[in-house]
Write a protein that binds this ligand. Sequence first.
Ligand SMILES: CC(C)(COP(=O)(O)OP(=O)(O)OC[C@H]1O[C@@H](n2cnc3c(N)ncnc32)[C@H](O)[C@@H]1OP(=O)(O)O)[C@@H](O)C(=O)NCCC(=O)NCCS
Length: 175
Amino acid sequence: MVPGERIGLRALEPSEAERLWRWNQDPDVMRWMKDGHPQSLAQVRTRLEGRPPNAYGDVLFGIEVLDDAELIGLVRLRDAEPERGCAELDIYLGEKEYWGRGHATDAVRTVCRYGFGKMRLHKISLTVVTENHSAHHVYRKVGFVEEGRLRQVFRRDGEWYDMFTMGLLEGELRA
Ligand SMILES: CC(C)(COP(=O)(O)OP(=O)(O)OC[C@H]1O[C@@H](n2cnc3c(N)ncnc32)[C@H](O)[C@@H]1OP(=O)(O)O)[C@@H](O)C(=O)NCCC(=O)NCCS
């Protein structure tokens, strides 16, 4: 367990596939996420069971609330290469009743600390749809800055949306 203040980060168990599958069915959770094609519960379970162990290039954590040990979301550092010292961050909280309580802010800070400390990354990057105001707010709050705007690269319900690319350098993480 990698502890934050109110959440901890930990590896996922294959038995948690049903929860992940349920989150992926929720249009509110998936609204600003790239969702791909629908997957059955059996497919999600197979994917989770066959997932290689966490390694430098792909670290996936479950976000667990410290108070009640509930798994509420996922956070991931992917595509890291030691030569470049950079990784991409993704996060989502599937349990909506936990939104707005600071858990995502805590999880982003905790995974960034892990990336800069344990993985010795120099930079963490991400993309976020410009209309995803709460996620954008969380990223800015912990120190990410906009580095560019990708025009009309995300489509939802027939509309095209822009995305910000954002970056956080070692030493820029705000407590
Ligand atoms: C985006 C998400 C991770 C935020 O999680 P969360 O636990 O609600 O985040 P926090 O409670 O830590 O912080 C939310 C912040 O956004 C702010 N916020 C909420 N709605 C907002 C809005 N419309 N405009 C601006 N800020 C907003 C809150 O006030 C809070 O800031 P504060 O702590 O300074 O008051 C969560 O809603 C989620 O998983 N959504 C679905 C998946 C997703 O969009 N992932 C991100 C993809 S880039």
